[in-house]
Design a protein around this ligand. Structure first.
Ligand code: PEP
Ligand code: MG
Length: 566
């Protein structure tokens, strides 16, 4: 058995098809006609753009896939890249293929050395565009079609988005690669095609021969080569069971989330980038309960400007078609760094200069983001919240600044929505304790348990040596949550939770019992949570939650929940 990372969930079995790619050789040649080489480059760019647009149009109208090929267009149109190729041609008098390869290699090395998996996985996109453009320059045909006439599992060192785009779902039952990670674009596409895949096996291409029989277990991240008949039979029934459960969940996609005794709660999704939206829509989210905007600021070399941010927020709001989207303002610091901001080194970054503390200090940076968010408000149902609020003054000043920015935009002639709710994250115990006062000033609370737990137990959430203190079920935390919920309800305000606890199936019944109105979680947890909630009784849970509040330890609370079959 070989282990790998699950890219796209599911079970598949079929014969292996090894996908090998011919490398295109690039030779260095002296060229005197510089202008001609530059012209060839421009023509190749145009032809490549046309080809990428064709692929994009041929694919289903899937937002994620469209975004992937849009990113390829951005690479091909990158003015810096084009300028660098031109400079090499001019100075070294070399052929355009060689100049292009040199520049692309520089980009690939830059990405390889980044300390960030997501950026490393963009290398496959750069290579994809590189091969496509090179084939235009050299006038060679890309091996675009994989001709299949029977069911297979593709085995490859890596798959580019273009490779994945041409996979015929009728015959390709799954794919397994040596390299790649969960956020590579081919994996994102596999998920939207609903083809199971396992990536990062290191050496699957060395272990499998074409024609070997393969079981791809995309539930446990395992691959079996030429398994026994018994194992094949076992997996056949596992597959039927898995698909049946999935169908049952999909039935709930467009339904409301209600308990047995008809109490309604809302289930939203947490997102970090536009790439997550398709998953949110596929999983029946009623809202986006947390858009972590810091990801727009990461993996780049300078701050995103107002226009870039505006277009990202607009896309998210539009794609949710009037369902609520809570945009959280920048939460940088702690474990999320922005190297280009050159923030001072801190001994305790989680207790330091982060999130709203930094935004209220770097007011121009904050204003740019608020302008972009507010301008996007006309494209959907926007709500805004501030992270890491510790004092009432921080909230009031932030809200005031947002309202002033809104005035400024209106004076400049922009249309801004009149119904933007303004809330705050409750993730600092000081704010949780004063929730009754905050409740008079906010439109809603969103409890960030990831931070609230680390600050309540004084235990760094990144430090494994103190991970036993990550205790969502500790009565002290439950009491804080209860105080926040009760305080909000007294003022007719609503409370969401967007920390990891909200998607924990053992925590959901207690949270409903405590009166939480909304849950925001990883999109994949939404349908299973909706199913779970439809079998719960809120009146009973209210009693169980009250009993939990009287316990002394997290273990006792967990025992109580298990005893109640929750
Ligand atoms: C939280 O603290 O629970 C939260 C949702 O914010 P983040 O994980 O982004 O700090
Ligand atoms: Mg937080």
């Amino acid at each position: 058995m070989i282990k790998g990372e699950i890219g796209s969930k599911g079970i598949a079995f079929a014969k292996a098809y090894i996908l090998e790619k011919d490398a295109i050789n690039v030779l260095q040649r002296k060229m005197n006609n510089v202008e001609k080489e530059k012209q060839r480059f421009i023509q190749a760019i145009e032809a490549t753009k046309e080809e990428i647009l064709n692929i994009k149009n041929k694919l289903s109208k899937n937002l994620e896939e469209a975004i992937i090929f849009d990113s390829h267009l951005l690479i091909i149109e990158d003015p810096d890249m084009i300028a660098q190729v031109f400079t090499l041609i001019e100075i070294n008098k070399v052929n355009v293929e060689y100049a292009f390869k040199t520049v692309i290699q520089l980009y690939i090395n830059l990405f390889k050395n980044m300390d960030n998996e997501y950026m490393k996985e963009r290398i496959s996109d750069i290579e994809d565009v590189f091969t496509r453009l090179l084939s235009k320059l050299l006038n060679v045909n890309l091996n675009e079609s994989i001709n299949l006439d029977s069911e297979v599992i593709i085995i490859a060192h890596d798959l580019t988005p273009s490779d994945t785009a041409q996979l015929d779902k009728m015959y390709v039952k799954g794919f397994i690669t040596d390299i790649g990670g969960k956020t590579s674009h081919s994996v994102i596409m596999a998920r939207s095609l609903e083809i199971p895949c396992i990536v990062g096996t290191q050496n699957i291409t060395n272990l499998v021969k074409s024609g070997d029989f393969i079981i791809l277990d995309g539930i446990n991240g395992a691959v079996y080569i030429n398994p026994s008949d018994e194992l094949i039979e076992e997996y056949k029934s596992n597959k039927i069971k898995y698909e049946k459960e999935n169908l049952e969940l999909l039935r709930l996609k467009d339904l409301k989330t209600k308990t047995l005794d008809h109490f309604e709660v809302k289930l939203g999704a947490n997102i970090g980038s536009l790439d997550d939206i398709q998953k949110v829509l596929n999983n029946g989210a009623e809202s986006i309960g947390l858009f972590r905007t810091e990801f727009i600021y990461m993996d780049r070399f300078e701050l995103p400007n107002e226009e870039e941010q505006y277009s990202a927020y607009k896309k998210v709001l539009e794609s949710m078609e009037n369902r609520p989207v809570i945009i959280r303002t920048l939460d940088i610091g702690g474990d999320k760094e922005l190297s280009y901001l050159k923030l001072p080194h801190e001994a305790n970054p989680f207790l330091g200069y982060r999130a709203i503390r930094m935004c209220l200090d770097r007011i121009n940076l904050f204003k740019t983001q608020l302008r972009a968010i507010l301008r996007a408000s006309v494209h959907g149902n926007l709500k805004v919240m501030f992270p890491m609020i510790a004092t009432l003054t921080e909230f009031i000043v932030s809200k005031q600044f947002l309202l002033l920015t809104k005035e400024e935009l209106i004076n400049e002639g922009y249309q801004i929505s009149d119904h933007i709710e303004i809330g705050m994250m409750v993730e600092v115990p000081a704010a949780a304790l004063l929730a009754d006062v905050f409740a008079k000033h906010v439109d809603f609370f969103s409890i960030g348990t990831n931070d609230l737990i680390q600050y309540t137990f004084a235990a760094d959430r990144m430090n494994e040596n103190v991970s036993y203190l990550n205790q969502p079920f500790n009565p002290s935390l439950l009491r804080l949550i209860k105080h926040v919920v009760d305080s909000a309800h007294k003022e007719n305000k609503w409370v969401s939770m967007c920390g990891e606890m909200a998607g924990d199936h053992l925590a959901i019944p207690v949270l409903i019992g405590l009166g939480l109105d909304e849950f925001s979680m990883n999109a994949a947890s939404i349908l299973p949570s909706r199913l779970q909630i439809s079998n719960l009784n809120k009146t009973e849970l209210h009693k169980i939650a009250n009993e939990a509040l009287t316990k002394g330890t997290a273990e006792e609370v967990i025992e109580l929940l298990r005893k109640c079959n929750l």
